[in-house]
Design a protein around this ligand. Structure first.
Ligand SMILES: [Cu+2]
Length: 180
């Protein structure tokens, strides 16, 4: 039973990682460079759905980031800023922004937001051999694997529950002689 519990732990861990891989943080961070009068980087390109995070702390001078068209505004200039703005689907385009106190000194930047390919209406499925269909197959296989793992876990949990009901101790001291 101990072996099964070990396997269960491994499976749960695998499942956890397979589901959290997609939750990666893809924020683009814009800071302030060493001259303290420039954004770093000042020009970035992102996709719809992504966020830009203006982040600096303990700077010599107070800064802010304000979009020329007003779509975002980090607020009053400050030596410490942590401001995140999400460019939702439909916001693709080019956005210029400035640091209000230092705009005249050239503290400006540009954010280019590209249309997100993932949210375009999907073309009608055709039965042809493309890399896309291979990807789809892979995803289905992967999903099937997860189902099998879940079933196995459910089975193990059931077995553990039954063992408990029968009063069979799960963690027996002195069974180290069992072949491992
Ligand atoms: Cu500034």
């Amino acid at each position: 039973m101990r072996h099964q519990l070990a396997i269960l732990t491994v499976l749960v861990t695998l499942l956890f990682f397979s589901t959290t891989v997609t939750a990666q943080d893809d924020d683009v961070i814009i800071g302030v460079d060493s001259t303290n009068l420039q954004f770093s980087p000042s020009d970035v390109t992102i996709e719809e759905g992504q966020a830009v995070r203006f982040f600096w702390s303990g700077e010599l001078l107070p800064h802010n980031a304000v979009a020329s068209d007003g779509i975002f505004d980090s607020g009053e200039p400050s030596r410490n800023v942590d401001y995140r703005f999400v460019f939702e689907v439909g916001t693709n385009g080019t956005y210029e922004f400035v640091c209000e106190p230092h705009e005249q000194l050239g503290m400006v930047g540009t954010i280019t937001v590209l249309p997100n390919q993932d949210v375009q209406p999907e073309p009608v499925e055709t039965i042809t051999e493309t890399s896309e269909s291979t990807e789809e197959e892979f995803r289905l296989t992967f999903f099937g694997l997860e189902l099998i793992m879940l079933s196995f876990i459910a089975f193990l949990v059931y077995q553990v529950g039954r063992a408990r009901e029968r009063g069979i101790p799960l963690f027996v001291k002195g069974d180290e002689n069992e072949d491992c």
